[in-house]
Ligand binder design. Structure first.
Ligand code: SAH
Length: 377
């Protein structure tokens, strides 16, 4: 660690300086709830029910081409689409691996910022991993996104549109061997979701509202992952949402966590776990503890035992993530026998533990590899 990241005073304050307001995208229907869309449509001199029709195309049918919205009068179709569905994401590159079951999409936003999303198809579900910020201000040294710093917060609609777009890809049957319907969304792409708090919460509400207001996902199928912004975790517990909280812990002791997750210099392990247990108590949801296994850094047996003592008896589950390689990183994944011993010790302490698959590694789509570098093809 060479320098302390700037810590926001409020959960919405961007870290690393104020977001350039001018860089935010045009308003889109996914920024608004249904009442807001109806008010906007009325302002445009159209009957309020057009809001529902547009919403139904976007969230219900996953259609964004005005030419296909034949229930709207041709005269107002383009104008309504212009005003309520401006193009937010321009696909720059799509990459696939695992026989098409893992797909990474690189998008260009209206101001040129690049962000990425990853779709992962499984036998029983489709999960989309979405970004909440362009870049990230949290500066975790083992994460590719953390190396570039924060460009800006994404708008609610820019966040939602990643999921809606990929829900359309899934619905087209592109992911063989998986159900066609997107069911799970994880905020584990680029950015720190809780540093873009209100837009992320609005995005969660849109993703979970029943169609046509939203995408109709179950709150229980949404995971919000955080480095541990304690005031924001506490605020999230007040939202009355049943989303899963994932906490990127990566070390059970402050000495090491101060280095691996620099925000720990502000909110210590004990404090962040306290907030996590409060969240679990309030929501009844098991908190996921994310722990990247880094060879000879955080994978010692004594750290497994310490972690086990911190987590024993709590409503929690540990996801160990074999460290994914990132450019220029001096760190490697732990050897498998070390990983197995770590798992064994945690389980012996009574802590439910699994090792996460490293989906998407070949396309730099795995955890911590999303850097949005535009690779010349
Ligand atoms: N900022 C949020 C959301 C990002 S989630 C958070 O940190 O929780 C991405 C997850 O992948 C986090 O748990 C992150 O710590 C982890 N990660 C980052 N770089 C990684 C790497 N190189 N290998 C494995 N996991 C990594």
């Amino acid at each position: 660690m060479t320098s302390l990241p700037l810590i926001p005073t409020s959960p919405d304050a961007p870290i690393g300086g104020p977001a350039r307001r001018a860089a935010m995208p045009p308003r889109h229907l996914a920024d608004l709830d249904l009442a807001g869309r109806q008010a906007l449509v009325a302002e445009l001199g159209e009957p309020a029910f057009r809001a529902k029709q547009l919403s139904n195309h976007y969230f219900g049918r996953l259609v964004r081409d005005p030419g296909l919205m034949t229930d709207l009068p041709a005269a107002s179709r383009d104008r309504l689409a212009d005003q309520l569905m401006p193009k937010l994401l321009t696909p720059v590159r799509e990459m696939a691996c695992d026989d098409g079951a893992t797909r990474k999409a690189l998008w260009r936003l209206h101001d040129g910022s690049l962000v990425e999303s990853v779709l992962m198809g499984y036998r029983d579900r489709i999960t989309v991993c979405i970004s909440s910020q362009a870049g990230c201000g949290m500066a975790c040294p083992f994460c590719a996104t953390g190396q570039a710093g924060l460009t800006r917060n994404l708008s609610t609609a820019e966040i939602v549109d990643q999921a809606v777009y990929l829900a359309g890809v899934a619905a087209s049957g592109a992911v063989a061997g998986s159900p066609p319907r997107l069911s799970h969304v994880v905020f584990m792409g680029m950015g720190e979701p809780l540093a873009n708090y209100s837009r992320v919460i609005a995005a969660v509400r849109r993703l979970c509202a029943p169609a046509p207001e939203g995408l109709g996902l179950s709150q229980r199928h949404i995971t919000v992952s955080t480095v541990g912004l304690v005031p924001a975790i506490r605020r999230l517990a007040d939202e009355d949402l049943s989303v899963t909280l994932a906490l990127s812990l990566h070390a059970p002791d402050d000495d090491l966590r101060d280095e691996l997750v620099p925000v720990n210099q502000r909110w210590k392990v004990a404090e962040v776990l306290d907030a996590a247990w409060d969240y679990a108590g309030r929501t009844g949801r098991r908190v996921s503890i994310e722990y990247a296994m880094i060879r000879d850094v955080n994978d010692q047996p004594w750290r497994a035992d310490l972690l086990g003592r911190l987590l024993a008896g709590r409503l929690t589950h540990v996801n160990l993530i074999p460290l994914n390689p990132t450019p220029g990183s001096r760190w490697d994944a732990s050897p498998k026998p070390v990983e197995r011993e770590f798992v064994r010790r945690l389980r012996e302490a009574g802590v439910s533990t699994t090792v996460r698959d490293t989906r998407g590694q070949e396309i730099d789509g795995a955890c911590g590899q999303l850097a949005a570098a535009e690779v010349a093809s």
